[in-house]
Design a protein around this ligand. Structure first.
Ligand code: SAM
Length: 255
């Protein structure tokens, strides 16, 4: 569905149909996907340029969409190392493509589920590529709203960050219903129903709930904000026309 919003071609007819139904109920869906993707690129460039981060672990990476994270990082610092991870067999099929343009050994792909964080941390592809003794940016964009409270999403992030040294960073975007205009609760319900029927139930969280992912970390300015408001590009500022982007984005340093 996300691929369809981004104008890609790697989706099934059923995904396109479900995505169209979501866009009918919530026209901002396409702009939200684009704002999220643009945030990922800006945050990666910022971490490489301003914070000197050279290692990235991107979980929920999805099928390739240029620029991919390694292209954003390596455009700033060619020596950057990137490990991608996803649990979708379709992403696994595209993994080689995802690594396109990278120099050998600078990127790797781990097929694993974020709800089993140890399986990611213990993967040989990870230790062959990234040195866990040096700072890593953990990038988890638009993935944790697919992880319900019963699967302990906060503990998962703690486990992943616990394996990373000081000066590592968390980059996270997450869906929210906080900006829903009054009287639109029914639309939100129908969006949640479509995701549930498509097999990927969605768990939007409030500002306070998304903030919990950053507990114990130093949020960098401007804090937890809609993705298009985080260090906006000079030429692309403000919310896209279709309404408020229903998501939060933040970057934080592990002290
Ligand atoms: C909406 S895409 C986000 C892509 C990219 N992070 C971005 O923000 O542009 C969500 C991705 O998370 C993956 N995903 C969802 N649940 C997951 C899980 N439990 N473990 C690993 N990956 C998961 C999906 O397969 C999909 O590729």
């Amino acid at each position: 569905m996300y691929d369809y919003y981004l104008g890609g071609r790697s989706h099934f007819d059923a995904d396109a149909k479900a995505a169209e139904a979501v866009a009918a109920a919530m026209p901002v869906a396409r702009a939200a996907a684009r704002a999220n993707r643009d945030f990922m690129v800006r945050a990666t460039r910022w971490l490489a340029g301003e914070r000197g981060v050279r290692q990235f672990l991107d979980i929920g990476s999805r099928i390739p969409t240029e620029p991919n994270l390694h292209q954003a990082a390596q455009a700033v610092a060619p020596e950057s190392k990137v490990v991608y991870c996803d649990n979708d067999p379709v992403v696994l099929e595209h993994a080689q493509e995802l690594l396109h343009g990278a120099t050998e050994g600078s990127t790797a792909y781990v097929h694993a589920d974020v709800t089993d964080p140890e399986s990611i941390l213990d993967a040989p592809e990870l230790s062959d590529t990234i040195d866990l003794g040096r700072p890593v940016a953990l990038s988890v964009n638009t993935i944790f709203h697919f992880v319900g409270d019963d699967q302990q999403p906060y503990d998962i992030v703690r486990t992943l960050l616990g394996a990373l040294p000081a000066d590592s960073h968390l980059v996270l975007t997450h869906a929210t219903a906080d900006f829903l205009a009054a009287g639109h609760a029914e639309r939100a319900e129908s969006v949640l129903d479509i995701y549930a029927e498509s097999g990927s139930p969605l768990w939007p969280r409030t500002f306070a709930e998304v903030s919990r992912f950053f507990d114990g970390l130093e949020l960098v300015g401007p804090g937890l904000v809609p993705p298009q408001s985080w260090h906006p590009d000079a030429e692309r500022t403000g919310a896209p026309g279709e309404g408020a982007v229903p998501g939060y984005a933040g970057v934080a340093r592990k002290p």
